[in-house]
Design a protein around this ligand. Structure first.
Ligand code: HEC
Ligand code: HEC
Ligand code: HEC
Ligand code: HEC
Ligand code: HEC
Length: 380
């Protein structure tokens, strides 16, 4: 494994330097600089001199040992379905920067390519101003953040849940039904709200679109550093009291309403979300036991997340959180609630990306499950 990473790193650097020359702002592109120290296409430059190399190298996009990259090492290649977001050649293929059709991945990608400069920096990548979400909904008029959202958009939508459950009574166990998973870090779907339809949106309710946050802090790259992609903190303090470090971001609060019904309207908006999220899991568990007829447990780290609670103690033990023990008594109502539970769980930045949207989804799932009393909790 070690040796593989070393080779990988060397390849990455070479790739970065090849790409940089000519493709990035500030570099001679007409060959005029020959012999005067200006780099020529194909010429290698040391990693240390590549602008932003250091930032990128410490970012999650360069983290060679992350599961998001190592997952396919055994297979040796990344399938078309996954390559767009888990490799550089897959992304280049998807956006059509390699001359292939845009919007599809035509071939499997090699493992170990990470998400390098070449993914985000090409004429094609720079020209992207629209993103199509898994719902089929398309958001136009975007800037550089369109690149981020091409990957951070999730893999499912309201429509997938509706398609799967069509014709089945709300509280009828559908033996064919399986859990539908938004996938990880779908920040773009949260940010765009109903414009992307990434959460499960109940037919009788209406949902918020792109959050109302004042500009410019409403795009990926105004709130996140360009290349480390760490959330920014300092500029937030201008409008949000008490912001001093990354941990303090979760304490941010503007809304005056009590969304979780606990009477505390000064806790961070992140806590309002967290409390509703916990209540939703409890309601899902009560429903599984009392209505679907099989107790259910959740494990955030084990695929496919929802399992049969064999001993009925409400927590997922090691022998329960296994694929053969996956939950199999889904009713449409339960599936919708579980979908939204996971939507909130897999975007830890949801409170900043679009708190009102996530609060709406959690409220509606709770309200839809029988026997929930939300008391004075207010839906944004
Ligand atoms: C639309 C983009 C997209 C597609 C397509 C996609 N993923 Fe992902 N996936 C992501 C993102 C973004 C993450 C980031 C997770 C993070 O930051 O922790 C991720 C994370 C993962 C992880 C790591 C989870 C962890 O625990 O850290 C695995 C495994 C994974 N994806 C598997 C797959 C598989 C298998 C496929 C194809 C069937 C696939 N992905 C397709 C975007 C995608
Ligand atoms: C995940 C996407 C992504 C990756 C990976 C990435 N960049 Fe960028 N980079 C951007 C975006 C977005 C911008 C904003 C300007 C634009 O639209 O191109 C940018 C801007 C730049 C700029 C111009 C800076 C400025 O202030 O306008 C340079 C130079 C640059 N990147 C170099 C690199 C290098 C070198 C690498 C690899 C080591 C790299 N980038 C990797 C997304 C990325
Ligand atoms: C080609 C697909 C792709 C693009 C484009 C992309 N990302 Fe990512 N991003 C990923 C994957 C895959 C991961 C998970 C990597 C890992 O686990 O280390 C990730 C991880 C992250 C993380 C860390 C999440 C965590 O779990 O810690 C942040 C933050 C992030 N990306 C922000 C951005 C921003 C901002 C942009 C645009 C400038 C962007 N990404 C563009 C695929 C992409
Ligand atoms: C209003 C500012 C804001 C905007 C806009 C924004 N983010 Fe975030 N993002 C944050 C904050 C704050 C966090 C949470 C940081 C924390 O609590 O540690 C976060 C978290 C994340 C995470 C999870 C990081 C982790 O460590 O698990 C990812 C991935 C991410 N954002 C990507 C994006 C992408 C992609 C976009 C654009 C679609 C975007 N963000 C737009 C502020 C923002
Ligand atoms: C120019 C002032 C300003 C700056 C700078 C700013 N915000 Fe905000 N923020 C606001 C306002 C105003 C709201 C309320 C928006 C609304 O009506 O929902 C808000 C709302 C929020 C919320 C939701 C709070 C709630 O109660 O719903 C979060 C989280 C947030 N901002 C995070 C950030 C982060 C992270 C940054 C820095 C990257 C940032 N903000 C920078 C003005 C600002």
């Amino acid at each position: 494994m070690r040796a593989r990473f070393r080779i990988l790193r060397a390849t990455t650097i070479a790739l970065a330097s090849l790409l940089i020359v000519g493709a990035l702002p500030g570099h001679a592109q007409d060959g005029a600089g020959q012999g005067d120290g200006t780099l020529q296409p194909g010429e290698m430059i040391p990693a240390g001199q590549i602008p932003f190399y250091h930032d990128w190298a410490q970012s999650p996009h360069a983290k060679a040992d992350a599961r998001a990259f190592t997952n396919w090492y055994e297979e040796g290649e990344i399938p078309e379905d996954c390559a767009r977001c888990h490799s550089t050649p897959g992304f280049v293929d998807y956006i059509g920067a390699d001359g292939s059709t845009a919007g599809v991945v035509d071939r499997k990608a090699p493992t170990g390519t990470l998400i390098t400069c070449a993914a985000c920096h090409s004429e094609t990548a720079r020209a992207i101003t629209a993103v199509t979400f898994p719902s089929g909904l398309r958001v136009e008029g975007l800037g550089s953040e369109a690149r981020c959202m091409t990957c951070h958009q999730g893999r499912s939508s309201t429509f997938d849940v509706d398609d799967a459950t069509i014709g089945i009574g709300d509280d009828t166990v559908g033996p064919e039904l399986e859990f539908i998973n938004i996938h990880y870090r779908a920040a773009g779907a949260t940010l765009m709200g109903t414009l992307a339809g990434g959460g499960y949106e109940y037919a009788s309710k209406s949902y918020t679109s792109q959050r109302r946050h004042p500009a410019p802090f409403n795009t990926c790259i105004s709130c996140h550093e360009l290349h480390t992609v760490a959330p920014k903190v300092t500029p937030c303090a201008a409008c949000h009291e008490g912001v001093s470090g990354r941990e303090s971001l979760a304490l941010i609060r503007k809304s005056k309403a009590d969304h979780d019904g606990d009477g505390d309207v000064t806790e961070g908006i992140a806590a309002e979300i967290e409390h509703l999220h916990q209540r939703l899991l409890a309601a899902i568990q009560a429903y599984g036991r009392d209505i679907a007829g099989t107790p259910i447990v959740y494990d955030a780290h084990a695929y496919p997340y929802f399992f049969i609670d064999l001993n009925g103690n409400g927590t997922a033990e090691e022998d329960e959180a296994k694929v053969p023990n996956k939950y199999a008594s889904w009713t449409p109502r339960l599936l919708r609630a579980a979908y939204n539970y996971q939507f909130a769980a897999k975007d830890p930045g949801a409170y900043a990306h679009n708190a009102p949207y996530v609060l709406q989804l959690l409220h509606d799932s709770l309200t839809d499950l029988p026997g929930t009393d939300l008391g004075g909790a207010s839906r944004p």
